[in-house]
Design a binder for this molecule. Structure first.
Ligand code: ZN
Length: 88
């Protein structure tokens, strides 16, 4: 009788352990893609990838990331300099 229980319970236990392990792995994988953090090239602060703009800069194929705030600052700065130059 003990042998029968052993034969039935052992595969179920192994299956359960494998099932839990594979589920944990999947969770880790999805977490990795969710929390992909990059540095902004200008302010050097960390942001999730979906909040950054990736741009190839220069002729060496280097890719930099820029955050929305820095892009806005650059735009404002550019507006100010062009306004001064045109005398508006
Ligand atoms: Zn920035």
């Amino acid at each position: 009788m003990l042998f029968v229980i052993f034969v039935i319970v052992t595969p179920i236990a192994i299956w359960l352990i494998l099932h839990l392990m594979s589920r944990q792995k999947k969770d880790e994988e999805t977490d990795d893609t969710k929390e992909l953090i990059e540095l902004c090239a200008i302010c050097q602060e960390e942001f999730p990838m979906n909040q950054l703009l990736e741009k190839e800069v220069g002729g060496y194929g280097r890719v930099y990331c820029f955050c929305g705030q820095c892009i806005e600052n650059l735009y404002q700065e550019h507006q100010n300099t062009t306004n001064i130059n045109t005398g508006e």
